[in-house]
Design a protein around this ligand. Structure first.
Ligand code: NAD
Length: 393
């Protein structure tokens, strides 16, 4: 099969297995070129392991610290006629490369919100790994089925309190235009907290602890985006931001409830980047195209792997790491510092249909978007016939 990108709106409906493998390899090479001097994790569980920040975390744990990893993701397998999802191919490539290095690498493809998948992980940990010393929680999902009631909750991306009018960029129509987002009602807010809040993170940690598969002093972190004034109305102070605030509650609950094994739980705030999750958020393609422009000019641009390498090296596995007032690790200050934000704001105010491509780095955004699905990656022959039927080892 010759595989070319099929982009529909903010999603690409296919993926390139060789390109995905090359993208995983590029991240491994970056990690292998870094110094990870501190003692790190040995047995890691990554929930949301197949793309974006979760995949970068898994690669850092395995190739930075030599850790065994168990991953959980929700990905589609390929068929003879349709490619698998990027996360499926990324996971296949990760398994193959980690196992070639003698590291344990297995994944469970299923709904992480379910108790069945939690139990399947516990069984695998007991059978193959012993005890876990790091749990990364990196899920991004539009819905969650409550395992107790079977009720399905859906998250919404809406402002809270009042409607909000802002600029946005329509990647399909190549159009900068104004959009008015209506505020969420109470039910939409509550449902978003159910999906993207801390309840499931807690449930994971409590079930792992009950099954006695967490080591003493086990660390866990869940990822958040806090952002600044430009994104607060649609993210930080919107439905998704309220859900993310619930992670702070969950971190305290995990610490307090698992004192007997001294679990250390912190929320980590990361910078905005092109991932499958963020490209679905209104305003984000425009905002990220501008931060790419500014941060590349500053020399401060980072992708998922650079952010996560820093998180492990400078926060998770170092003595007395700095935290903010909510005990969070802040890796996002490269983006949220006042000087960088002022430059982004100055561009934001000027942006219109005529100058968008000149003032922003949409080209960089779009390349990163294609890269997520294994396309437009240097060194990959996209005219070659490839077999989509990749298997996990
Ligand atoms: P992503 O879409 O790249 O990854 C999501 C992962 O979750 C994938 O591995 C997917 O398979 C898995 N997943 C989704 N639903 C699942 C389910 N029901 N069961 C099992 N696995 C499931 O997303 P991302 O952008 O890397 O986001 C990861 C975390 O990082 C999120 O909490 C997000 O809010 C946070 N974050 C993202 C950004 C950003 O700009 N992308 C910035 C800061 C923080």
């Amino acid at each position: 099969m010759i595989i070319k990108p099929k982009v529909r709106g903010f999603i690409c409906t296919n993926a390139h297995p060789v390109g995905c493998a090359q993208s995983v390899e590029n991240q491994i090479q970056y990690i292998q070129a870094q110094d990870f001097t501190q003692d790190g994790p040995k047995n890691v569980l990554v929930i949301g392991c197949s793309t974006g920040y979760g995949l970068a975390s898994r690669i850092t744990a395995a190739f930075g610290y030599g850790a065994n990893t168990l991953g959980v993701c929700f990905e589609k397998e390929p068929t003879e006629r349709k490619t698998g999802t990027a996360g499926f191919y990324n996971t296949a490539a990760f398994h193959q490369k980690a196992q070639a290095k003698g590291l344990y690498a297995q994944s469970i493809n299923g709904d992480a919100f379910s108790d069945e998948v939690k139990q399947a992980c516990i069984d695998k940990i007991k059978q193959d790994m012993g005890k876990i010393d790091l749990v990364i929680y990196s899920l991004a999902s539009p819905r969650r089925t409550d395992p107790d009631t079977g009720e399905v909750f859906k998250s919404t991306l809406k402002p809270v309190g009042q409607s909000y009018t802002t600029k946005t960029y329509d990647t399909d129509k190549d159009l900068v235009h104004e959009v008015t987002l209506e505020p969420a009602n109470d039910d939409e807010i509550a449902q978003t907290v159910k999906v993207m809040g801390g309840e499931d993170w807690e449930r994971w940690l409590f079930q792992l602890a009950k099954a006695d598969v967490l080591s003493k002093g086990c660390k866990t972190t869940a990822y958040t985006y806090i952002g600044k004034e430009l994104t607060w109305p649609i993210y930080g102070q919107a439905t998704i931001g309220l859900a993310k605030e619930d992670l702070d509650r969950a971190a305290n609950s995990i610490i307090n409830n698992l004192k007997n094994i001294s679990v250390q739980a912190n929320v980590s705030s990361l910078k905005a980047l092109v991932t499958q999750a963020s490209s679905a958020i209104p305003v984000m393609p425009l905002y990220i195209s501008l931060i790419y422009k500014v941060m590349k000019e500053e020399g401060s641009h980072q992708g998922c792997i650079e952010q996560i390498a820093g998180l492990f090296n400078e926060r998770l596995f170092t003595e007395n790491p700095p935290t903010d007032e909510m005990n969070r690790y802040r890796m996002d200050t490269v983006e949220t510092n006042d000087a960088t934000q002022a430059k982004i704001k100055a561009l934001w105010d000027q942006i219109d249909q005529n100058n968008f491509h000149e003032l922003s780095d949409y080209a960089g955004y779009h390349k990163d978007f294609l890269n997520l699905f294994g396309f437009d990656i240097q060194g990959v022959d996209y005219e070659a016939d490839v077999d989509p039927m990749v298997k996990w080892t």
